[in-house]
Design a protein around this ligand. Structure first.
Ligand code: GYE
Length: 331
């Protein structure tokens, strides 16, 4: 009898029959924890993966590319089933992503795309359209000024850029510069990185307020930097949202609160919620479906105090009122 039990157990081991035999292992190399957007993105993906009953291997790189490279190599040696990846910067991924390809582990790109994307193989890609988000920041600003009769006035704007070398920063800058060509009264007089964090947004805004005597507008490439800047503006004795028009990006709940309080003027949406795309993508891949190489962008909106301000080049999309959506925003 004992022999029989041992034999059955051995066969189960060989066949991989057991509690977690069918559970997938999904690894996720995350950038860090710099913003409310990032926290929401991490929580959303982590909880969706575990809710599916899949095993999660998570790594927080603390904003360091070398940590992400190490994490990816660990994922390969652990033989995980899927790798989710977003890169802190755009360049320098060629070698390690080729290693991922050589391992045969399907790679799913999310959020920030690496510049070697056309040279590697990946199963699918989901991310924001950062150039378009930058354009929307510019169009909202120009159209808002028109709506309050200030389109002939010279407007001095400062800009808080995101992490240097990150697609979310360089592409938002690019889109904004493109849109602002249509509004020659808005001039960017200073532009510097605030690393997508509140603390650095505040510190850089403090230095802008000292070096620029007359700031009318602030473009912050994420809401966290806008919120940091609001503290700096108040400390300098100015009224955020009135003396200085503030446009952020992401549309996190804290930005809606600032808009409702009259301290911020608009936020262009960039959703952090990728789990619904990623989970169904993995299920489809398991069922043998394939996806193209194009990045799939979720539908996104823009929000301000009044609603009704056009934020696209063709004027076809207009803002929603932050006060109307604030209670539904979970992050
Ligand atoms: O806008 C910012 C975050 O890559 C889209 O990273 C993301 C950006 C987001 O830190 O808040």
């Amino acid at each position: 009898m004992k022999k029989l039990v041992a034999l059955v157990l051995a066969m189960m081991l060989v066949l991989g029959v057991g509690a977690s035999a069918s559970a997938l292992t999904v690894a996720f190399s995350q950038i860090g924890q710099e913003s409310d957007w990032r926290t929401a993105n991490t929580d959303d993906l982590k909880s969706a993966i575990t809710t599916e009953g899949w095993n999660l291997v998570y790594d927080d790189a603390q904003q360091k590319q070398e940590n992400q490279i190490k994490a990816l190599r660990n994922f390969i040696s652990q033989g995980v089933d899927y790798i989710l990846f977003t890169g802190v910067v755009t360049t320098g991924w060629d070698e390690v992503l080729k290693e991922v390809n050589d391992s045969g582990i399907p790679l799913i790109l999310i959020d920030r795309m690496p510049d070697c994307a056309d040279k590697i193989t990946y199963a699918a890609a989901f991310g924001g359209d950062f150039v378009e988000e930058g354009r929307r920041m510019g169009y909202w600003a120009g159209n808002y000024l028109k709506s309050v009769g200030r389109d002939q006035e010279q407007i001095n704007a400062v800009r808080l850029e995101g992490t240097t070398g990150a697609t979310a920063a360089t592409e938002r800058t690019q889109g904004m510069d493109e849109a602002l060509k249509d509004f020659p009264n808005i001039k960017i007089v200073a532009s510097q990185t605030g690393n997508f964090t509140r603390a650095e947004g505040q510190a850089v805004m403090e230095s802008f307020l000292k070096s620029q005597p007359d700031i009318d507008m602030l473009f912050a490439e994420n809401d966290d930097m806008a919120l940091g800047a609001i503290a700096a503006i108040k400390a300098a004795g100015k009224v955020p949202g009135k003396d200085i028009i503030i446009i952020g990006c992401d549309s996190v709940k804290a930005a809606f609160e600032a808009i409702v309080a009259g301290e911020m003027n608009a936020t262009i949406e960039c959703t952090p919620l990728y789990s619904k795309f990623v989970v169904s993508c993995i299920k489809d891949l398991e069922a043998g479906k394939t996806f193209g190489k194009e990045v799939q962008h979720p539908e996104e909106f823009a929000y301000d105090a009044t609603g009704g301000i056009a934020y696209t080049a063709d004027g076809s999309k207009t803002t929603l009122k932050a006060a109307d959506v604030i209670n539904d925003r979970k992050y």
